[in-house]
Structure formats: structure tokens, C-alpha cells
Design a protein around this ligand. Structure first.
Ligand code: FAD
Ligand code: SF4
Length: 513
């Protein structure tokens, strides 16, 4: 039987760009689009309500925009009675029904999804063409070539290479400002009075489509974590562009200096909140970097802020994607310290006496958002010091953030935050005591614990577990020159102090459920 449908273009929830490579030769007369909402994508990790809402609402808006162009979209909603619940199952049904000549898609962001769609196509002996994702500066092949033969794959030189190749913030072969890296200028904390003159966050009132999704999510995923009461994320391209414009005008000038700082109850600070729009492809990373660089050339933003921002997108974002695709599927199983503890229950409720964790967890569950240092040096640090199994930590991060997609979440969690890859990504474990959190925030001022104390009733659990971590892993860590200073400080502690710390750490661990 000959098909009347030439190409069926598969569009996933994080591929919402009409200029995607999959659409390069799209002919609305002969081709159609396939999109499916399925339970599996919200339940393979029990996703937070904010995250599910972002994805479903953005998908529905995108499908509506394509239909406005008179494109044919075969779209399955999650509550259709015969919805199979899996991407693979839904695709197989569509192939059998439409019998397209060919399936085309842009490379998906997740290894699991690629395997399952390939499987569905193979079952029906259906050709599937997977095209490069052009919403990245580099390809996975570029990264693989860069990484080939290296034991450790560090960000810095990969980032410089990309600066050279793209010409972003470059003066010929030299970086603008004659420095590649302004990290040391970008570690400011707020003074006693906290952040000053913060612009209100750019939030978007839910329209009818989003309201329908919110009520669906509240009903269908009632038992999922978090709340969707205060939903305001961009779910369309035009909202994403507004969010970008507001960030450049009101937050970017202070972004660099206060990139690592935290303040109780202040969710948004000077960050961009663009990660979900970028990951869903509502924004192209090129236009985001171009807008920041233009603000610098127009004299609106200091170089340290723009370089700090570009480094996150041109550097870290590209780098973690390369790590993910060159290391999967084995990466998912790595656990270099053989950590076995369960993730504490309070990660799903925010109910803990530790003020820094309570603040980061509460805003995460309310908004699906925490900035990088909250993720790395509060929630991530505590899990690392407690010895939580990395896979459980990964599943939590993948579940709770609106920007969570595995290609970016997994390397950040397993490699950068939990050091579970033994140093492939990070040159040392990101470990610190409560004093680091005290320096970068005001959390400790309102906490029942004291960041300077490692034993006794007021001992800060971060500080106790930090020394205990160093003590327990001292042999392995001593092989890492970047840990020598921290180990030197450990060696200053008396044997008696060390055993009191071990006792206190044991007590703390036993009290965490
Ligand atoms: C344990 C852990 C898990 C993380 N999981 C995710 C995730 O699931 N999805 C995600 O997009 N980011 C993740 N990150 C990276 C980073 O924390 C978020 O991108 C950032 O907090 C998003 O907020 P923002 O848009 O305000 O970022 P900004 O601070 O304004 O930074 C600008 C942009 O740079 C990019 N970026 C910044 N840091 C990183 C990074 N380390 N890796 C990749 N891109 C980066 C993001 O696209 C971000 O929007 C994770 C970090 C850690 C430590
Ligand atoms: S004292 Fe410790 S637990 Fe309390 S806020 Fe400070 S770092 Fe967090």
C-alpha cells in the first residue's frame, strides 16, 4: 500500500522550535507533525507539578502555533482514553494508522527516549532519520573529538575553543578584556542588608491553555511533589523573548558579581530564569548570547557579567551535553564512592530545621526553581556529605526543576555535584562546611545551628558531615593535589575531636529518615 503521507516529523516536549532541523524541508502539503503527551514522561521519575505544567502547556501552545500555519499536527493529549501512556506505544499506533514514508526528528535530548523511538520505528520497519540539533553551538561529534584520549575532560579549554570558533567576546584570537575568565570577580556576597534594587521577576499569568493544564495536573498528578499555584513560566516563544529582554535590561548588570550569592526568601535574585525556555527550545542559545554581548558593546553591562553569563551557556551548557552523550548509558550507574544512603524524605517536603536547606527546598517545590549555587552547594552538597546514592539524587533533580532534562541534569548531578564519576568532570569534589553557606548567604543567622561548630547541640550538620567526609575519604582524596589544603586543615584536628565528629555524624545520619 502506498502512503499519502511523505514525512511524519516527530516533535518532543523539549523540541518546540519551528526552525528545528527536523523541519528543514517540511512541506505542509505532504508532511505532518506528530506530538504526544504520555504519562511515562511525568512518572518515570515522579515529576513535580511545576515541571509537568511547563512541558504540557508549552507543547500545547506550540501545536496551536503550528496549526495556525495550517500544518497538520497529530497530537495525543494525556487524558485521551486510548492513550498508551508511553512515547513508544503512541508512536507505534500512529505509524500503523498513518503509514508515513519516513519518520524525521531532531536528535532527542535523552538517551532513553532515543532508544525507545528507534525501537518503535524498527518494530514497524520504518525509516527514522535523526538530524543534528542545531540549537547548540557544537555537535556531539565535536565534543567526542575534543574528549578523545583525555582522562579528564575539563570545561575551561573546551569553552575557550568554542569562544575562538564562534568569535563570541573575541578580539581576533584574543578574548575581549584580555582574560578568558572573570570567575574571581564573580563570587560576591550581599552585604548585611541583602540584595538592593532587585527588579520584580518576569512572570506570565496563565492563559486559558495553561489554566487547563494546571487543572489537569492538579487532578491527574495530585500526589506529585510541589504545587502549581504560583505558575508564571514562559511557555511560548514570545513570552520567552520577553523574559530574555527583561533579564538583559534589569538583571544581567549584577549577574556576574552575585552569581553565587543566596538570600533567605529571595528566589529570583539576579539570575536569568531562562533555563527552561532554553531547554524547551523556545530560545536559541545563540540569540541569548548575542543579546548579552550586544548589551556589553552598548555599554549597559560590565564585561565580568557578560563573560560570566556567556560561560554558563556557551561553556557549561555545551560541555555537559557533550559529557552526557559521550558517556551514556554507563554514566547513569556511576557511584565512585559507593554511596548508599537513601535521599531524606524532607527533600520532598522542605520540612527540616536546617535553614539553608529549608529555603532552597521550599522554593524548589513552590516554583520548580533554585539557582546554581543552591543546587550545587546546598541541596547537592548535603546529599554528597550524607552519602546519598547518586542515582536517587539524580532522580530527585530530574523530578523537581522546570528546566530538568536528563542531558543537562545528569552530568551536573552525578559529575559536578556528587563526584560520582570519580573526577571525569570536576577536578575535585565540591565539598565545604557550613561556613561557606554562611559566607554566601544570611541563612545561618536564622538557623538553630551554628556553622562554626562541628560537635555539640548547636553543631551545623553541614560542618559535622564535611569533616567526617574528609576523614572517611582521606586516603582517596590525598591523591588529589587540589584537596591538599582541605586535608591539611583536617590534620590539624586532634584524634579526640575527630572521633567526636564521627560520633556526631553518626547521630545525625541516624536521625535523618
Ligand atoms: C545538581 C545540579 C542539577 C542541575 N540540573 C539542571 C537541569 O536539569 N537543567 C538545567 O538547565 N540546568 C541544570 N543545572 C545547572 C544550573 O543550576 C541551571 O541551569 C540554572 O540554575 C538555571 O537557572 P537560570 O536560568 O536562572 O540560570 P542562570 O544562572 O541565569 O544561568 C544562565 C544559563 O546558563 C545555563 N547554565 C548555567 N549553569 C549551567 C550548568 N552548570 N550546566 C548547564 N547549563 C548551565 C542555563 O541554561 C541557564 O539558564 C543543574 C545544576 C546542578 C548543580
Ligand atoms: S548553620 Fe548550617 S544548617 Fe544552618 S543555615 Fe547555616 S549552613 Fe545551613
Amino acid at each position: 500500500m502506498t502512503s499519502s503521507l511523505r514525512n511524519l516529523v516527530l516533535v518532543l516536549g523539549d523540541q518546540l522550535n519551528v526552525d528545528a532541523s527536523a523541519f528543514n524541508d517540511f512541506d505542509p502539503q505532504r508532511d505532518a507533525v506528530w506530538m504526544a503527551e504520555v504519562d511515562e514522561e511525568s512518572t518515570h521519575v515522579v515529576s513535580a507539578k511545576q515541571r509537568i505544567t511547563v512541558f504540557l502547556s508549552a507543547m500545547r501552545h506550540f501545536a496551536a502555533a503550528l496549526r495556525e500555519k495550517a500544518w497538520t499536527v497529530h497530537y495525543t493529549t494525556i487524558d485521551e482514553s486510548d492513550n498508551d501512556g508511553t512515547l513508544c506505544g503512541e508512536l507505534e499506533k500512529t505509524i500503523a494508522r498513518l503509514q508515513p514514508e519516513k519518520l524525521i526528528m531532531t536528535a532527542p535530548g535523552e538517551w532513553r527516549v532515543l532508544q525507545s523511538l528507534r525501537q518503535a520505528a524498527a518494530t514497524h520497519q520504518q525509516e527514522l532519520e535523526v538530524r543534528d540539533d542545531t540549537y547548540f553551538f557544537s555537535t556531539v561529534r565535536d565534543f567526542a573529538a575534543y574528549a578523545s584520549g583525555r582522562k579528564q575532560i575539563r570545561l575551561e579549554y573546551f569553552y575557550r575553543d568554542l569562544r575562538l570558533r564562534t568569535g563570541i567576546l573575541m578580539n581576533g584570537k584574543n578574548p575581549i578584556g584580555d582574560k578568558w575568565n572573570f570567575d574571581s570577580d564573580n563570587r560576591g556576597s550581599f552585604g548585611k542588608n541583602g540584595p538592593a534594587g532587585l527588579a520584580p521577576p518576569t512572570r506570565f499569568a496563565p492563559d486559558q491553555i495553561t489554566q487547563e493544564v494546571i487543572s489537569l495536573v492538579n487532578h491527574r498528578f495530585a500526589h506529585h511533589p510541589g504545587s502549581v499555584e504560583r505558575f508564571g513560566w514562559p511557555v511560548t516563544r514570545s513570552q520567552a523573548l520577553t523574559a530574555l529582554e527583561c533579564f538583559i535590561a534589569y538583571r544581567l548588570p549584577q549577574f556576574g558579581l552575585y552569581q553565587d550569592a543566596m538570600w533567605e526568601g529571595e528566589v529570583w535574585l539576579y539570575h536569568s530564569h531562562l533555563s527552561s525556555a532554553l531547554n524547551l527550545k523556545l530560545l536559541n542559545p545563540r540569540e541569548v548570547c548575542d543579546a548579552a554581548v550586544k548589551a556589553y558593546h552598548d555599554g549597559q553591562v560590565p564585561l565580568q557579567a557578560v563573560e560570566g553569563f556567556v560561560r554558563q551557556i556557551l561553556g557549561w551548557r555545551e560541555y555537559v551535553r557533550g559529557i552526557y552523550w559521550t558517556q551514556m548509558p554507563n554514566y547513569l550507574e556511576l557511584n565512585s564512592s559507593n554511596a548508599k544512603a537513601a535521599l531524606p524524605d524532607f527533600y520532598w517536603t522542605g520540612q527540616t530545621d536546617m535553614a539553608c536547606l529549608r529555603d532552597a527546598l521550599t522554593q524548589t517545590l513552590q516554583h520548580g526553581y533554585a539557582h546554581h549555587i543552591q543546587r550545587l552547594m546546598v541541596t547537592g552538597l548535603y546529599a554528597l556529605l550524607l552519602g546519598v546514592q547518586p542515582k536517587a539524587v539524580h532522580q530527585w533533580y530530574l523530578a523537581v526543576y522546570v528546566d530538568a532534562v536528563e542531558w543537562v541534569e545528569l552530568p551536573n548531578t552525578l559529575g559536578m555535584s556528587q563526584f560520582a564519576d570519580g573526577g571525569l568532570m570536576a577536578s575535585k569534589p565540591y565539598v565545604a562546611s557550613g561556613k561557606y553557606i554562611d559566607r554566601m548567604s544570611n541563612h545561618c543567622k536564622g538557623c538553630k545551628f551554628n556553622p562554626s561548630e562541628s560537635t555539640g547541640d548547636k553543631a551545623c550538620p553541614f560542618t559535622t558531615l564535611y569533616w567526617d567526609y574528609l576523614n572517611t575519604h582521606a586516603d582517596t582524596l590525598s591523591k588529589n593535589p587540589r584537596m591538599l589544603m582541605q586535608l591539611k586543615n583536617l590534620n590539624r584536628l586532634t584524634d579526640e575531636k575527630r572521633s567526636l565528629i564521627a560520633e556526631q555524624a553518626f547521630k545525625h545520619r541516624s536521625s535523618v529518615t
